[in-house]
Design a protein around this ligand. Sequence first.
Ligand SMILES: [Mg+2]
Length: 285
Amino acid sequence: MGRMALSAVPAPSPRTQAGTAALASLLSDPEHAMLAFDFDGTLSPIVDDPEQAHASERSLQALERIGPCVGKLAVVTGRPVRTALRLGAFAEREGLAHLSILGQYGAERWDAETGVESVPPPPEAVAEVRAALPALIDSLGLTGVRIEDKQRAVVLHTRGLPDPAGAQAILEGPVAELAQEHGLAAEPGRLVVEVRDPSVDKGGALRGLISETGVRTIVFAGDDLGDLPAYEALTAMREGGDVEVLLVAVASDEQTVLVPRADVVVHGPDELADWLERLADALGC
Ligand SMILES: [Mg+2]
């Protein structure tokens, strides 16, 4: 395929002026661009067992093509770095030399360049909440809630229960109260409630990476509430004229909060993989 102007914009094309400008900036100066991705529901499909949420092979192949052409690749996830490394097999892929993984919303970090993992010790309050959760869940009359221990955070999963949305709604208030007693926050996501330190978020994580790398164009793709701080931080930076930003929403039946704020909307990780393949073509990578 040629690199004619008409075929150079990967479909779906941006529906906003700012997004169109950011895409043009990415295509004309990829070396000063960063592509950043949430993991679950974005690079990987949401599945019943979060331990089996492997990254999409097609997205990984597209990133292997795009990686050498751009200044920076990043995965910014609520998962621990080690879990993202296992489910994405990022360390074993070609072309990802510029990849950094910011785990637990930016509290943890891994860089492909050095192979070094930075994993600070978790706050003690998280262990206290974890210990109190089984009794709290019992007292609410719920069975089958899955507790994922991320050390720096605890995630309650209701996926797979007879009424997962109902169970999530029952959990939210009492879990928020328990979290607050320990100086933490309970944040809802797609059929999950996560208890964690609210001072760390994906917005701060991305700001740090942008100032460190000096990139001028940022593409960020996400699917859930935990990606909202990233959207907000990048939108503010764009409005401040600091950087060009292209926001991609991976929409689902469960969560559409990012859709009205996005420049490009795709439906599910498979459509994101399609878009990344077209982007690799447009970049000529
Ligand atoms: Mg996600």
